[in-house]
Design a protein around this ligand. Structure first.
Ligand code: AP5
Length: 215
């Protein structure tokens, strides 16, 4: 499958992407995970991105497009991919459209996961993430706790709250989403590619996507 997952911070894009990649071996491409990996590695890119991320601002489009042009041409993308957190602005969506045309890739669908704001706030303040950049498993202290507190079930590394999960940064990320990313819903509606799925159950979202794709 070749999908874009749209949705506000905390809508469950990462959770749904992991469930879908387990079904058919498509790759999850999360620009947030790539950027956090660069910050952890202390690379030039990570240093440029870190302040934007910690404030809850978007990283400049030029940096993101540089990452994605390379990533989408890697051989594992031939198995299919789920774009999680990209595109995030109209210029990114336009650049992606051009890039996919150039590479001869057709998307199956753009999925907009629509979740009420109070649920988003609650989920983001209770999320915990594995610190191992190879794993990055997601937990939630309320709905999906690890078996042993503070330790990843999958790889045994510590799990922590992300640096951009202060109440101020979360509030700012939600505002940034409304201003810069929500307009993509209209963009993909016009392209005739959008499916909006409203609901708070990740199983229901995954089943709706499978049914739309005839899986
Ligand atoms: P990014 O990492 O993409 O963060 P985000 O979009 O804010 O999305 P999240 O990861 O917070 O949410 P999610 O929808 O994946 O939710 P999850 O499944 O984890 O970006 C971080 C930063 O990087 C940005 O602020 C920006 O600075 C930069 N950046 C990234 N991409 C960029 C781009 N393209 N352009 C510019 N800058 C960019 O779920 C959340 C929680 O809810 C978890 O705890 C989970 O367990 C729980 N949960 C999920 N589903 C359910 C459910 N059904 N029931 C109960 N709990 C659930």
């Amino acid at each position: 499958m070749k999908l874009i997952l749209l949705g506000a911070p905390g809508a469950g894009k990462g959770t749904v992407a992991k469930m879908l990649t387990a079904i058919d071996g498509s790759v999850q491409i999360s620009t947030g995970d790539i950027l956090r990996g660069e910050v952890q590695a202390g690379s030039d890119l990570g240093r440029q991105a870190e302040d934007y991320m910690n404030r809850g601002d978007l990283v400049p489009d030029s940096l993101i497009m540089g990452i994605m042009e390379k990533r989408l041409q890697q051989p594992d993308c031939a198995k299919g991919f789920l774009l999680d957190g990209f595109p995030r602005t109209i210029p990114q969506a336009e650049a992606l459209k051009e890039l996919l045309n150039k590479l001869g890739i057709t998307l199956d669908m753009v999925v907009n996961i629509d979740v009420p704001r109070e649920v988003l706030l609650d989920r983001l303040t209770t999320r915990r993430t594995c610190t191992n950049s190879e794993c990055q498993a997601i937990y939630n202290v309320k709905s999906m706790p690890p078996k042993q507190e503070g330790i990843c079930d999958k790889c045994g590394s510590p799990i922590v709250q992300r640096d951009d999960e202060t109440v101020e940064a979360i509030t700012h990320r939600l505002e940034t989403y409304n201003q810069k990313t929500a307009p993509l819903v209209g963009f993909y509606e016009k392209e005739g590619q959008l499916q909006t799925i409203t609901g708070t159950s990740s199983d229901a979202v995954v089943n709706a996507i499978k049914s739309e794709l005839g899986m």
